[in-house]
Design a protein around this ligand. Structure first.
Ligand code: HEM
Length: 412
Protein backbone atom coordinates (compact mmCIF):
# COMPACT_ATOMS: atom_id res chain seq x y z
CA UNK A 1 0.00 0.00 0.00
CA UNK A 2 1.44 3.37 -0.98
CA UNK A 3 -0.88 5.37 1.26
CA UNK A 4 0.53 7.45 4.08
CA UNK A 5 -0.77 8.65 7.42
CA UNK A 6 -1.50 12.04 5.82
CA UNK A 7 -4.13 10.51 3.53
CA UNK A 8 -5.95 9.35 6.67
CA UNK A 9 -6.04 12.96 7.83
CA UNK A 10 -8.26 13.76 4.86
CA UNK A 11 -10.66 10.83 5.31
CA UNK A 12 -14.27 11.82 6.11
CA UNK A 13 -15.49 8.64 7.79
CA UNK A 14 -19.26 9.11 7.51
CA UNK A 15 -19.19 10.28 3.91
CA UNK A 16 -21.46 8.26 1.63
CA UNK A 17 -18.69 7.04 -0.68
CA UNK A 18 -17.42 4.79 2.14
CA UNK A 19 -20.79 3.18 2.92
CA UNK A 20 -22.22 2.20 -0.47
CA UNK A 21 -21.35 -1.48 0.04
CA UNK A 22 -21.81 -1.55 3.83
CA UNK A 23 -19.30 -0.57 6.54
CA UNK A 24 -15.78 0.26 5.29
CA UNK A 25 -14.01 -2.51 7.21
CA UNK A 26 -10.64 -1.98 5.53
CA UNK A 27 -10.67 1.68 6.44
CA UNK A 28 -11.54 0.88 10.06
CA UNK A 29 -8.78 -1.72 10.20
CA UNK A 30 -6.28 0.94 9.09
CA UNK A 31 -7.63 3.44 11.59
CA UNK A 32 -7.27 0.92 14.43
CA UNK A 33 -3.66 0.32 13.39
CA UNK A 34 -2.53 3.81 12.45
CA UNK A 35 -4.86 6.35 14.01
CA UNK A 36 -7.26 4.79 16.54
CA UNK A 37 -8.75 8.13 17.59
CA UNK A 38 -9.23 9.90 14.27
CA UNK A 39 -10.48 13.40 13.39
CA UNK A 40 -12.99 13.88 10.58
CA UNK A 41 -13.11 17.58 9.79
CA UNK A 42 -16.54 17.82 8.16
CA UNK A 43 -19.59 15.97 6.83
CA UNK A 44 -19.85 16.69 3.11
CA UNK A 45 -23.64 16.32 2.83
CA UNK A 46 -24.26 18.53 5.87
CA UNK A 47 -22.02 21.58 5.55
CA UNK A 48 -23.26 23.03 8.86
CA UNK A 49 -22.25 19.94 10.87
CA UNK A 50 -19.13 20.06 13.01
CA UNK A 51 -16.41 17.46 12.60
CA UNK A 52 -15.97 14.58 15.06
CA UNK A 53 -13.54 12.15 16.64
CA UNK A 54 -13.86 8.52 15.56
CA UNK A 55 -13.01 6.01 18.29
CA UNK A 56 -12.27 2.66 16.70
CA UNK A 57 -10.72 0.33 19.32
CA UNK A 58 -12.75 -1.70 21.82
CA UNK A 59 -10.88 -0.58 24.98
CA UNK A 60 -11.19 3.11 24.10
CA UNK A 61 -14.90 2.76 23.31
CA UNK A 62 -15.36 0.99 26.63
CA UNK A 63 -13.72 3.97 28.38
CA UNK A 64 -15.96 6.51 26.60
CA UNK A 65 -19.12 4.49 27.14
CA UNK A 66 -18.58 4.15 30.89
CA UNK A 67 -17.70 7.79 31.56
CA UNK A 68 -21.00 9.60 31.10
CA UNK A 69 -19.80 12.65 33.05
CA UNK A 70 -17.10 13.37 30.47
CA UNK A 71 -18.95 11.98 27.46
CA UNK A 72 -22.56 13.13 27.45
CA UNK A 73 -25.50 11.74 25.47
CA UNK A 74 -27.61 14.79 26.31
CA UNK A 75 -25.45 17.74 25.31
CA UNK A 76 -25.42 17.06 21.58
CA UNK A 77 -27.40 13.91 20.77
CA UNK A 78 -26.29 10.36 20.04
CA UNK A 79 -25.58 10.23 16.30
CA UNK A 80 -22.58 11.62 14.40
CA UNK A 81 -24.84 13.76 12.22
CA UNK A 82 -27.20 15.86 14.32
CA UNK A 83 -29.11 17.46 11.46
CA UNK A 84 -31.85 14.85 11.04
CA UNK A 85 -33.59 15.14 14.42
CA UNK A 86 -33.97 18.38 16.34
CA UNK A 87 -31.98 18.17 19.58
CA UNK A 88 -35.10 18.74 21.73
CA UNK A 89 -36.56 15.53 20.31
CA UNK A 90 -33.35 13.59 20.93
CA UNK A 91 -33.35 14.78 24.54
CA UNK A 92 -36.93 13.63 25.01
CA UNK A 93 -35.82 9.99 24.63
CA UNK A 94 -33.89 8.38 27.46
CA UNK A 95 -31.19 7.36 24.99
CA UNK A 96 -30.55 11.12 24.68
CA UNK A 97 -30.54 11.88 28.43
CA UNK A 98 -27.80 11.78 31.05
CA UNK A 99 -28.25 10.59 34.64
CA UNK A 100 -30.15 11.10 36.86
CA UNK A 101 -33.18 11.55 34.58
CA UNK A 102 -31.95 8.82 32.23
CA UNK A 103 -31.67 6.27 35.04
CA UNK A 104 -35.09 7.04 36.49
CA UNK A 105 -36.84 6.71 33.16
CA UNK A 106 -34.95 3.58 32.10
CA UNK A 107 -35.73 1.95 35.43
CA UNK A 108 -39.44 2.01 34.62
CA UNK A 109 -38.81 -0.42 31.77
CA UNK A 110 -35.92 -2.49 33.05
CA UNK A 111 -38.04 -4.87 35.12
CA UNK A 112 -40.00 -5.87 32.00
CA UNK A 113 -36.86 -6.55 29.97
CA UNK A 114 -34.92 -8.93 32.24
CA UNK A 115 -34.01 -12.30 30.67
CA UNK A 116 -36.55 -14.02 32.95
CA UNK A 117 -39.44 -11.74 32.08
CA UNK A 118 -38.55 -11.88 28.40
CA UNK A 119 -38.37 -15.69 28.50
CA UNK A 120 -42.06 -15.70 29.39
CA UNK A 121 -42.75 -14.29 25.91
CA UNK A 122 -41.01 -17.22 24.20
CA UNK A 123 -44.18 -19.04 23.06
CA UNK A 124 -45.75 -15.84 21.74
CA UNK A 125 -42.59 -14.84 19.86
CA UNK A 126 -42.21 -18.33 18.40
CA UNK A 127 -45.84 -18.17 17.30
CA UNK A 128 -45.17 -14.92 15.42
CA UNK A 129 -42.01 -16.32 13.77
CA UNK A 130 -43.73 -19.55 12.68
CA UNK A 131 -46.75 -17.66 11.37
CA UNK A 132 -44.61 -15.38 9.18
CA UNK A 133 -42.41 -18.23 7.92
CA UNK A 134 -45.55 -20.21 7.05
CA UNK A 135 -46.82 -17.34 4.92
CA UNK A 136 -43.97 -17.85 2.46
CA UNK A 137 -43.92 -21.66 2.53
CA UNK A 138 -45.52 -22.17 -0.89
CA UNK A 139 -43.23 -19.71 -2.59
CA UNK A 140 -40.08 -20.52 -4.47
CA UNK A 141 -38.36 -17.24 -3.69
CA UNK A 142 -38.88 -14.32 -1.34
CA UNK A 143 -37.07 -11.33 0.11
CA UNK A 144 -35.79 -12.18 3.56
CA UNK A 145 -35.77 -8.53 4.69
CA UNK A 146 -39.26 -7.46 3.64
CA UNK A 147 -41.19 -10.76 3.59
CA UNK A 148 -39.75 -12.40 6.71
CA UNK A 149 -37.66 -10.23 9.05
CA UNK A 150 -39.71 -7.04 8.88
CA UNK A 151 -43.15 -8.54 9.67
CA UNK A 152 -41.67 -10.61 12.53
CA UNK A 153 -39.88 -7.79 14.34
CA UNK A 154 -42.75 -5.37 13.76
CA UNK A 155 -45.27 -7.72 15.34
CA UNK A 156 -43.01 -8.57 18.29
CA UNK A 157 -42.35 -4.95 19.27
CA UNK A 158 -45.91 -4.02 18.20
CA UNK A 159 -47.33 -6.51 20.69
CA UNK A 160 -45.14 -5.06 23.48
CA UNK A 161 -46.30 -1.52 22.65
CA UNK A 162 -49.99 -2.30 22.10
CA UNK A 163 -49.94 -1.48 18.37
CA UNK A 164 -52.78 -3.23 16.47
CA UNK A 165 -51.38 -5.78 13.99
CA UNK A 166 -53.00 -4.02 11.04
CA UNK A 167 -50.84 -0.94 11.76
CA UNK A 168 -47.50 -2.80 11.75
CA UNK A 169 -46.67 -1.96 8.14
CA UNK A 170 -47.34 1.76 8.65
CA UNK A 171 -45.10 1.91 11.72
CA UNK A 172 -42.39 -0.06 9.93
CA UNK A 173 -42.44 2.44 7.06
CA UNK A 174 -42.25 5.42 9.43
CA UNK A 175 -39.33 3.91 11.37
CA UNK A 176 -37.41 2.80 8.26
CA UNK A 177 -37.78 6.24 6.70
CA UNK A 178 -36.73 8.08 9.86
CA UNK A 179 -33.74 5.85 10.66
CA UNK A 180 -32.63 5.35 7.07
CA UNK A 181 -33.13 9.05 6.33
CA UNK A 182 -30.11 9.31 4.00
CA UNK A 183 -31.00 6.26 1.88
CA UNK A 184 -32.53 7.15 -1.51
CA UNK A 185 -34.95 4.19 -1.48
CA UNK A 186 -36.04 4.30 2.16
CA UNK A 187 -36.44 8.07 2.10
CA UNK A 188 -36.77 9.23 -1.51
CA UNK A 189 -38.06 12.68 -0.50
CA UNK A 190 -34.83 13.75 1.19
CA UNK A 191 -33.86 14.64 4.69
CA UNK A 192 -36.18 17.63 5.16
CA UNK A 193 -39.25 15.50 4.61
CA UNK A 194 -38.56 13.66 7.90
CA UNK A 195 -39.29 16.86 9.83
CA UNK A 196 -42.13 17.86 7.52
CA UNK A 197 -43.89 14.52 7.08
CA UNK A 198 -42.75 11.53 9.14
CA UNK A 199 -42.29 13.21 12.53
CA UNK A 200 -45.72 14.91 12.40
CA UNK A 201 -47.30 11.58 11.37
CA UNK A 202 -45.55 9.77 14.24
CA UNK A 203 -46.84 12.44 16.65
CA UNK A 204 -50.39 12.27 15.27
CA UNK A 205 -50.62 8.47 15.38
CA UNK A 206 -48.96 8.23 18.76
CA UNK A 207 -51.13 10.96 20.29
CA UNK A 208 -54.20 8.90 19.45
CA UNK A 209 -52.74 5.89 21.29
CA UNK A 210 -51.83 8.12 24.25
CA UNK A 211 -55.34 9.57 24.47
CA UNK A 212 -56.86 6.07 24.48
CA UNK A 213 -54.57 4.97 27.30
CA UNK A 214 -55.25 8.07 29.38
CA UNK A 215 -58.89 7.03 29.34
CA UNK A 216 -58.39 3.28 29.59
CA UNK A 217 -54.99 2.16 30.95
CA UNK A 218 -53.70 -1.05 29.37
CA UNK A 219 -50.80 -3.32 30.30
CA UNK A 220 -48.60 -2.43 27.31
CA UNK A 221 -45.43 -0.31 27.30
CA UNK A 222 -47.21 2.70 25.82
CA UNK A 223 -49.31 2.77 28.99
CA UNK A 224 -46.13 2.62 31.10
CA UNK A 225 -44.96 5.82 29.37
CA UNK A 226 -48.34 7.55 29.63
CA UNK A 227 -48.62 6.91 33.37
CA UNK A 228 -44.92 7.24 34.27
CA UNK A 229 -44.04 9.68 37.04
CA UNK A 230 -40.51 11.01 37.53
CA UNK A 231 -40.13 12.89 40.82
CA UNK A 232 -43.90 13.23 41.05
CA UNK A 233 -44.24 14.64 37.55
CA UNK A 234 -45.83 12.98 34.55
CA UNK A 235 -43.91 12.99 31.27
CA UNK A 236 -44.77 15.68 28.78
CA UNK A 237 -46.61 14.66 25.60
CA UNK A 238 -43.48 14.95 23.41
CA UNK A 239 -41.52 12.83 25.91
CA UNK A 240 -44.16 10.10 25.73
CA UNK A 241 -44.19 10.20 21.92
CA UNK A 242 -40.40 10.09 21.71
CA UNK A 243 -40.20 7.33 24.36
CA UNK A 244 -42.60 5.35 22.18
CA UNK A 245 -40.52 6.20 19.11
CA UNK A 246 -37.32 4.99 20.80
CA UNK A 247 -38.79 1.61 21.72
CA UNK A 248 -40.49 1.01 18.37
CA UNK A 249 -37.47 2.18 16.37
CA UNK A 250 -34.99 0.10 18.39
CA UNK A 251 -37.22 -2.98 18.30
CA UNK A 252 -38.06 -2.60 14.64
CA UNK A 253 -34.71 -2.13 13.04
CA UNK A 254 -32.04 -3.81 15.02
CA UNK A 255 -33.05 -7.46 15.24
CA UNK A 256 -34.06 -7.44 11.59
CA UNK A 257 -30.60 -6.19 10.63
CA UNK A 258 -28.63 -8.81 12.53
CA UNK A 259 -30.93 -11.68 11.48
CA UNK A 260 -30.62 -10.89 7.77
CA UNK A 261 -26.85 -10.40 7.82
CA UNK A 262 -26.44 -13.56 9.91
CA UNK A 263 -28.57 -15.59 7.45
CA UNK A 264 -26.56 -14.20 4.56
CA UNK A 265 -23.31 -15.25 6.22
CA UNK A 266 -24.70 -18.76 6.71
CA UNK A 267 -25.70 -18.99 3.06
CA UNK A 268 -22.31 -17.73 1.94
CA UNK A 269 -20.50 -20.15 4.22
CA UNK A 270 -22.34 -23.46 4.01
CA UNK A 271 -19.86 -25.19 6.35
CA UNK A 272 -20.89 -22.83 9.16
CA UNK A 273 -24.56 -23.46 8.44
CA UNK A 274 -23.90 -27.22 8.32
CA UNK A 275 -22.38 -26.99 11.80
CA UNK A 276 -25.58 -25.34 13.08
CA UNK A 277 -27.84 -27.87 11.37
CA UNK A 278 -25.82 -30.74 12.83
CA UNK A 279 -25.68 -29.19 16.29
CA UNK A 280 -28.48 -26.68 17.01
CA UNK A 281 -27.04 -26.11 20.51
CA UNK A 282 -24.59 -23.80 18.68
CA UNK A 283 -27.39 -21.38 17.79
CA UNK A 284 -26.89 -19.05 20.80
CA UNK A 285 -23.19 -18.85 19.90
CA UNK A 286 -24.08 -18.05 16.28
CA UNK A 287 -26.36 -15.25 17.54
CA UNK A 288 -23.43 -13.66 19.43
CA UNK A 289 -21.15 -14.08 16.42
CA UNK A 290 -23.77 -12.43 14.16
CA UNK A 291 -24.12 -9.55 16.63
CA UNK A 292 -20.35 -9.15 16.69
CA UNK A 293 -19.86 -9.17 12.93
CA UNK A 294 -23.05 -7.35 11.99
CA UNK A 295 -23.98 -4.95 14.82
CA UNK A 296 -27.27 -3.27 13.94
CA UNK A 297 -25.94 0.19 14.75
CA UNK A 298 -22.63 1.17 13.21
CA UNK A 299 -22.06 3.84 15.84
CA UNK A 300 -23.40 5.90 18.70
CA UNK A 301 -22.03 9.26 19.68
CA UNK A 302 -21.24 11.34 22.77
CA UNK A 303 -20.14 14.97 23.29
CA UNK A 304 -17.19 15.93 25.52
CA UNK A 305 -18.35 18.00 28.50
CA UNK A 306 -14.81 19.25 29.31
CA UNK A 307 -11.32 19.20 27.83
CA UNK A 308 -10.03 15.67 28.17
CA UNK A 309 -7.72 13.06 26.63
CA UNK A 310 -8.45 9.69 25.08
CA UNK A 311 -5.64 7.24 24.25
CA UNK A 312 -3.22 10.17 24.26
CA UNK A 313 -5.38 12.29 21.96
CA UNK A 314 -6.52 15.62 23.44
CA UNK A 315 -10.25 16.23 23.00
CA UNK A 316 -11.81 19.62 23.58
CA UNK A 317 -15.03 20.45 25.41
CA UNK A 318 -18.00 20.38 23.04
CA UNK A 319 -16.38 18.07 20.46
CA UNK A 320 -18.25 15.05 19.17
CA UNK A 321 -16.90 11.59 20.00
CA UNK A 322 -18.21 8.73 17.84
CA UNK A 323 -17.95 5.13 19.07
CA UNK A 324 -17.70 2.85 16.03
CA UNK A 325 -19.09 -0.52 17.15
CA UNK A 326 -18.66 -1.89 13.62
CA UNK A 327 -14.94 -1.36 14.18
CA UNK A 328 -14.49 -2.39 17.81
CA UNK A 329 -16.27 -5.69 17.13
CA UNK A 330 -13.47 -6.56 14.72
CA UNK A 331 -10.61 -5.24 16.85
CA UNK A 332 -7.61 -7.54 16.27
CA UNK A 333 -6.48 -7.09 19.85
CA UNK A 334 -9.68 -8.87 20.96
CA UNK A 335 -10.44 -11.32 18.15
CA UNK A 336 -8.36 -13.75 16.18
CA UNK A 337 -9.12 -13.54 12.47
CA UNK A 338 -11.85 -10.96 13.15
CA UNK A 339 -13.38 -10.93 9.65
CA UNK A 340 -14.14 -14.66 9.77
CA UNK A 341 -17.71 -15.71 10.61
CA UNK A 342 -17.31 -18.58 13.07
CA UNK A 343 -20.50 -19.96 14.63
CA UNK A 344 -18.48 -21.61 17.42
CA UNK A 345 -16.76 -18.41 18.57
CA UNK A 346 -19.45 -17.29 21.08
CA UNK A 347 -17.72 -13.92 21.50
CA UNK A 348 -18.23 -11.00 23.81
CA UNK A 349 -18.83 -7.86 21.73
CA UNK A 350 -20.06 -4.25 21.79
CA UNK A 351 -23.10 -4.60 19.51
CA UNK A 352 -25.35 -3.65 22.45
CA UNK A 353 -23.07 -0.85 23.65
CA UNK A 354 -19.87 -0.97 25.64
CA UNK A 355 -20.99 -1.41 29.21
CA UNK A 356 -22.05 2.13 30.08
CA UNK A 357 -25.34 3.57 31.32
CA UNK A 358 -26.94 3.37 27.87
CA UNK A 359 -26.35 -0.36 27.48
CA UNK A 360 -29.17 -1.69 25.28
CA UNK A 361 -32.44 -2.23 27.12
CA UNK A 362 -33.54 -4.87 24.62
CA UNK A 363 -30.63 -7.34 24.80
CA UNK A 364 -32.64 -10.24 26.23
CA UNK A 365 -35.48 -9.65 23.78
CA UNK A 366 -33.14 -9.31 20.79
CA UNK A 367 -31.21 -12.48 21.73
CA UNK A 368 -34.39 -14.50 22.16
CA UNK A 369 -35.87 -13.23 18.88
CA UNK A 370 -32.67 -13.98 17.00
CA UNK A 371 -32.37 -17.49 18.46
CA UNK A 372 -35.94 -18.35 17.53
CA UNK A 373 -35.62 -16.77 14.07
CA UNK A 374 -32.43 -18.71 13.28
CA UNK A 375 -33.84 -21.96 14.70
CA UNK A 376 -37.15 -21.86 12.84
CA UNK A 377 -35.65 -20.60 9.56
CA UNK A 378 -32.93 -23.26 9.52
CA UNK A 379 -35.41 -26.00 10.46
CA UNK A 380 -37.78 -25.09 7.61
CA UNK A 381 -35.34 -24.00 4.93
CA UNK A 382 -32.04 -25.79 5.59
CA UNK A 383 -30.92 -25.35 1.98
CA UNK A 384 -32.04 -21.75 1.43
CA UNK A 385 -29.75 -19.96 -0.98
CA UNK A 386 -29.23 -16.47 -2.31
CA UNK A 387 -31.29 -15.65 -5.39
CA UNK A 388 -29.73 -12.33 -6.33
CA UNK A 389 -27.45 -9.61 -5.10
CA UNK A 390 -28.42 -8.20 -1.70
CA UNK A 391 -28.45 -4.40 -1.30
CA UNK A 392 -27.43 -2.42 1.77
CA UNK A 393 -28.99 0.65 3.37
CA UNK A 394 -26.75 3.62 2.56
CA UNK A 395 -26.08 4.79 6.09
CA UNK A 396 -23.22 5.29 8.49
CA UNK A 397 -25.65 4.75 11.36
CA UNK A 398 -27.90 1.77 10.71
CA UNK A 399 -25.97 -1.23 9.48
CA UNK A 400 -28.44 -3.33 7.58
CA UNK A 401 -29.45 -4.99 4.34
CA UNK A 402 -32.25 -3.38 2.40
CA UNK A 403 -33.01 -6.47 0.31
CA UNK A 404 -31.91 -10.11 0.50
CA UNK A 405 -33.52 -12.20 -2.27
CA UNK A 406 -33.46 -15.92 -1.46
CA UNK A 407 -34.59 -19.23 -2.95
CA UNK A 408 -36.34 -20.96 -0.08
CA UNK A 409 -36.12 -24.65 -0.85
CA UNK A 410 -33.14 -25.18 -3.03
CA UNK A 411 -32.51 -28.90 -3.50
CA UNK A 412 -31.62 -30.24 -0.05
C1 HEM B 1 -29.84 -6.80 17.47
C2 HEM B 1 -30.53 -6.09 18.30
C3 HEM B 1 -30.10 -4.82 18.98
C4 HEM B 1 -28.92 -4.14 18.95
C5 HEM B 1 -27.64 -4.51 18.21
C6 HEM B 1 -29.07 -2.97 19.81
C7 HEM B 1 -28.06 -2.05 20.05
C8 HEM B 1 -28.13 -1.01 20.95
C9 HEM B 1 -27.03 -0.14 21.31
C10 HEM B 1 -25.64 -0.20 20.71
C11 HEM B 1 -27.48 0.73 22.25
C12 HEM B 1 -26.63 1.76 22.99
C13 HEM B 1 -26.79 3.18 22.53
C14 HEM B 1 -25.74 4.12 23.10
O1 HEM B 1 -24.62 3.70 23.37
O2 HEM B 1 -26.04 5.30 23.21
C15 HEM B 1 -28.88 0.42 22.47
C16 HEM B 1 -29.70 1.10 23.32
C17 HEM B 1 -31.04 0.82 23.45
N1 HEM B 1 -31.74 -0.25 22.90
FE1 HEM B 1 -31.01 -1.66 21.70
N2 HEM B 1 -30.33 -2.95 20.30
C18 HEM B 1 -30.99 -4.06 19.83
C19 HEM B 1 -32.29 -4.42 20.10
C20 HEM B 1 -33.15 -3.71 20.87
C21 HEM B 1 -34.53 -4.07 21.10
C22 HEM B 1 -35.25 -5.31 20.54
C23 HEM B 1 -35.05 -3.12 21.90
C24 HEM B 1 -36.47 -3.18 22.37
C25 HEM B 1 -37.15 -2.36 22.89
C26 HEM B 1 -33.98 -2.15 22.19
C27 HEM B 1 -34.10 -1.01 22.97
C28 HEM B 1 -33.06 -0.15 23.28
C29 HEM B 1 -33.21 1.03 24.11
C30 HEM B 1 -34.51 1.50 24.74
C31 HEM B 1 -31.95 1.63 24.22
C32 HEM B 1 -31.57 2.89 25.01
C33 HEM B 1 -30.94 2.48 26.32
C34 HEM B 1 -30.45 3.65 27.12
O3 HEM B 1 -30.31 4.76 26.62
O4 HEM B 1 -30.20 3.46 28.31
N3 HEM B 1 -32.86 -2.55 21.55
N4 HEM B 1 -29.24 -0.66 21.67
Amino acid sequence: MTSTRSDLDKVLVTDREHWLEGPPHELFSRLRRECPVHWTSRVSEYPDEDGYWSVTKADDIHAVSRDWRTYSSEVGGVTAVSDVFPIELMRAMFIGMDPPKHDRLKMLFQAGFTPRRIAAHEPAIRGIVVDVLDRVKDRDTCDLVTDVAQPIVSRVIGSFMGIPAQDDAVWARLMNTALGAGDPDLNPDGIKSIIENEIPEIFRRCSEMIAERRERPTDDLTSVLVHAEIDGQKLEEHEIVMGFFLLVAAGNDSTKATYCSGMRAMMEQPAERRALLDDPSLIPSSVEESLRMFPAFAHFRRTATCDTELAGQPIREGQKVVMWYVSSNRDESRYEDPDRFDVRRNPEHQAFGAGGRHFCLGTALARLELEIMFEETLARYPAMEMAGRPTVVESGFINQLKTLPVRLSAAA
